[in-house]
Design a protein around this ligand. Structure first.
Ligand code: FAD
Length: 319
């Protein structure tokens, strides 16, 4: 039976949620044996959630070398595992570390690496987004193994209740693979839910005029509850808010129940990161703004006048 592998990142003892989304899709692929590879501190423990989401086997190593050094040790271990077990397809989340490892593995195996995938049709074909997500093409996957980078939030993670057998990974990592040492990992401090997990996301763009006005989004978020605040690249690049808040092609992909966009024009690079929201509400003073083309509810008006009223309204309804 062809083996489909999911490479899972683990940070601070927590398995990356995109790996669980990909496993959920992989276990539905016809005739596939789904397995996972996880490297670094917390790997063995990660086998629990990985098994619950469809991996029957988890190749795991808790060796700190995979956390301490960037990409090279993990690529070497994965390469050796691939040589030994010959998976048909290896799926990676399109995250920083995984992108780095997938690219290096592609160079070592000579396989084509298909990036920006949001649909996996079967073991041989996937859908790839081009031109900022405006064009979708079906592509034939090639190589041995086939390598694919999957965009976060392409699938919904759902446990299947399974359990994985843990197979320890024993690879000797020489000093020549310890070239780039990770000195520090900075986690952006957030008080509310994570952007990618929040059921409601409120985002602000350049139309908010001033970084101080993001405070209004924070107030609205805390009055609604379970709500995260995001932003466009325009305001991130201007230094108004940290990159961790950026939504879009080069930021986070979100799929909340409700997405509220304040003073956002609706550039394709932004839309690609939020168009999966169940309901989109856009507030923009320009009735021609492209964001209205995908909005379920569009309000033409000044965000800075509407926001204080909305905060009061939500507060009064919540009592
Ligand atoms: C390779 C590449 C990658 C990119 N990746 C991303 C990405 O990941 N995420 C992303 O967001 N962008 C990304 N961009 C940038 C993107 O193309 C846009 O420039 C950006 O999304 C625009 O941000 P904005 O909507 O805040 O600003 P603008 O386009 O300037 O829009 C501001 C909007 O605010 C409205 N407005 C002004 N005043 C008010 C008011 N008082 N009340 C209400 N509305 C008001 C205006 O009518 C306008 O529509 C990328 C670009 C490139 C080239």
């Amino acid at each position: 039976m062809p083996r489909v592998w999911v490479f899972a990142e683990v940070h601070n003892g927590k398995v990356d949620s995109t790996a669980l989304e990909i496993l959920t899709r992989a276990r539905e692929l016809e005739g596939a044996e789904v397995e996972a590879v996880v490297l670094g501190p917390g790997a063995t423990e990660a086998a629990g959630p990985l098994g619950e989401h469809g991996a029957t086997v988890v190749f795991a190593s808790d060796d700190e070398v995979y956390g301490d050094y960037v990409a090279q040790p993990a690529t070497e271990a994965l390469y050796q595992l691939v040589q030994e077990h010959s998976p048909e397809l290896v799926l990676f989340a399109a995250n920083y570390d995984s992108r780095d490892i997938a690219g290096r593995l592609s160079a070592k195996t000579g396989s084509t690496l298909m990036s920006n995938v949001s649909v996996i049709h079967d073991l041989n074909t996937a859908q790839h987004a081009m031109f900022g997500g405006t064009t979708l093409v079906d592509v034939a996957l090639e190589g041995s193994p086939k390598l694919v980078l999957v965009r976060p939030k392409s699938f919904e993670a759902a446990p299947s209740g399974g359990r994985a057998e843990v197979v320890p990974v024993q690879v000797t990592i020489g000093d020549e693979l310890k070239k780039a040492k990770r000195l520090e990992r900075h986690e952006e401090a957030t008080t509310g839910p994570k952007l990618e997990d929040a059921p409601v996301v409120i985002s602000g763009g350049r139309g908010l005029q001033d970084p101080g006005n993001f405070e209004l989004l924070d107030q609205l978020a805390s009055s609604i509850g379970h709500t995260a605040v995001g932003a466009t690249r325009a305001v991130v690049d201007s230094g108004w808010v940290p990159y961790a808040m950026q939504i879009g092609q080069t930021g986070t992909t979100v799929k909340p129940n409700v997405y509220l966009a304040f003073g956002i024009s609706g550039a394709t690079q932004h839309i690609v990161g939020m168009k999966g929201a169940r309901k989109i509400v856009a507030i923009n003073k320009d009735e021609e703004a492209p964001i209205f083309q995908i909005a379920d509810l569009g309000i033409v008006g000044d965000a800075l006048k509407i926001l204080p009223q909305l905060i009061e309204e939500v507060k009064s309804r919540k009592g």
